[in-house]
Design a binder for this molecule. Structure first.
Ligand code: ADP
Ligand code: MN
Ligand code: MN
Ligand code: MN
Length: 334
C-alpha cells in the first residue's frame, strides 16, 4: 500500500522553557494524518502510571527535507478526554483570536537565534573572543559572518514548506542571526514560528551546528537574542491614533507581559544593547532603546503597525500573540 511520512511535532512540558519534540507516522496515501498519542512521562507531560497524551493535528505543510508526499504536522497536546493539556498554549491563543476576529490582528515576528559549535558560538576563537561588535550586523565576508550555508538552507526549507518568511539577516553579535515570520494571524504565526524553529534545529543536525534561543548566550558586552513582535489591527492599518492607543494599552500591563515574554528576560532587558530596562515601559518613534518602537515609516504614513521589542528569543509565540491580542483589543474603541 502506498503511504507517506507525517512528522508530528509538539511542544513538551519542560520548564522553564518548553522544548520541541517530534516523531514519524506512516499514513496511507489519500488519508489525513489522524489523532495520535505519545508517552507523556518522557516529556514532563504525564506521570508514569497514567502516561498517555494525545496529539491533535492542527496545521500541516509539505516536509521540505523528506520531500515527495511527506508532510510536517503541527499538533496540540490534549488529555485523553480531549480537553487541552496544561502545556497546550495554542488552544487559548486560538480562542482569543476568535473572540477578537473583528480586529483582524496580524503579527510579524523577528526570531533571533545563535549558532553554536559544541559549547562555543560558531566561528568564535577557542580561547578568547572575536573583535568587539560593530561590523557583524548584516555583514559579509568570512571574518564577519558564520554559518551562512545553514542559514540559507533553513530559509529555502521554510519557503518550500510554504511558511510566510519575510526575510533574514545576520545580527549584531557574530554567530547570531534572525528570520522573520508574518505578517499573519496570531495562531498561524505561532504555528509557523514553531515549525521554522523545528526546521532550524533539524537542519542544524546535518551541519553539526546547534541553534539556541538563549536570550543571553554570551554574558557581558554582547547583544542578547530577542523576538521582536510587530503587530497591527485593522484600525492601526488605516489610521495613526489606534497605533498610539495600542502602545498605551501595553503600558498599563507591562509587568504581566514581561512575566510571559520568556525565561530570564531580566538578563536581556538591561537598558543596554538596544533594549529598554525590564522594569520601565516606554515607547517612541524610531527608538530602539524603547520597550515599543513606532517605525519611522508608520509615523510618516500615519498608519501601520508597532513593534513590541520586549519578547525574548525563547518566548512562546502562542502566549505572546494571545496576550498582545487580548491587551490591545480589549482596550480598543470599536
Ligand atoms: P526591524 O527593522 O525591526 O529589524 P524587520 O524587517 O526585521 O524589522 O521586521 C519587521 C516585521 O514586521 C516583519 O516580520 C514584517 O512581516 C512585520 N510587519 C510588517 N508590516 C506589518 C503589519 N502591518 N502588521 C504586523 N506586522 C508587520
Ligand atoms: Mn529585524
Ligand atoms: Mn534583530
Ligand atoms: Mn526589530
Amino acid at each position: 500500500m502506498e503511504s507517506y511520512k507525517a512528522e508530528y511535532i509538539w511542544i513538551d512540558g519542560t520548564t522553564p522553557t518548553q522544548k520541541l519534540r517530534s516523531k514519524t507516522k506512516i499514513v496511507p496515501l489519500g488519508e489525513n494524518p489522524p489523532i495520535w498519542g505519545f508517552d507523556g512521562s518522557s516529556t514532563n507531560q504525564a506521570p508514569g502510571e497514567n502516561s498517555d497524551c494525545v496529539l491533535k493535528p492542527v496545521f500541516t505543510c509539505p516536509d521540505p527535507i523528506r520531500l515527495g508526499n511527506d508532510i510536517l504536522v503541527m499538533t496540540e497536546v490534549m488529555n485523553t478526554d480531549m480537553t487541552p493539556h496544561v502545556s497546550n498554549t495554542r488552544y487559548a491563543c486560538s480562542e482569543t483570536e476568535k473572540k477578537y476576529s473583528d480586529f483582524d490582528i496580524w503579527f510579524g515576528i523577528e526570531q533571533e537565534y545563535t549558532l553554536f559549535d559544541g559549547i562555543q558560538p560558531l566561528g568564535w576563537p577557542s580561547n578568547g573572543f572575536p573583535a568587539p561588535q560593530g561590523g557583524y550586523y548584516c555583514g559579509v565576508g568570512a571574518d564577519e559572518v558564520f554559518g551562512r550555508p545553514l542559514v540559507e538552507e533553513h530559509l529555502d526549507a521554510c519557503l518550500l514548506a510554504g511558511l510566510n518568511i519575510s526575510g533574514i539577516n545576520a545580527e549584531v553579535m557574530p554567530a547570531q542571526w534572525e528570520f522573520q515570520v508574518g505578517p499573519i494571524g496570531p495562531t498561524a504565526v505561532g504555528d509557523q514560528l514553531w515549525i521554522a524553529r523545528w526546521l532550524l534545529y533539524r537542519i542544524g543536525e546535518d551541519h553539526n551546528i546547534s541553534a539556541t534561543l538563549d536570550p543571553k548566550p554570551v554574558k557581558g558586552d554582547w547583544n542578547g537574542a530577542g523576538c521582536h513582535t510587530n503587530f497591527s489591527t485593522k484600525q492601526m492599518r488605516t489610521s495613526y491614533q489606534p497605533c498610539i492607543d495600542a502602545a498605551e494599552a501595553l503600558s498599563k500591563k507591562h509587568e504581566l507581559h514581561i512575566k510571559n515574554y520568556g525565561f530570564a528576560i531580566e538578563e536581556r532587558l538591561t537598558g543596554l544593547h538596544e533594549t529598554a530596562s525590564v522594569d520601565k515601559f516606554s515607547y517612541g518613534v524610531s527608538d530602539r532603546g524603547a520597550s515599543v518602537r513606532i517605525p519611522w515609516q508608520v509615523n510618516v504614513d500615519g498608519k501601520g503597525y508597532i513593534e513590541d521589542r520586549r519578547p525574548n528569543a525563547n518566548m512562546d509565540p502562542y502566549v505572546v500573540a494571545n496576550l498582545i491580542t487580548d491587551t490591545v483589543c480589549s482596550s480598543a474603541k470599536k
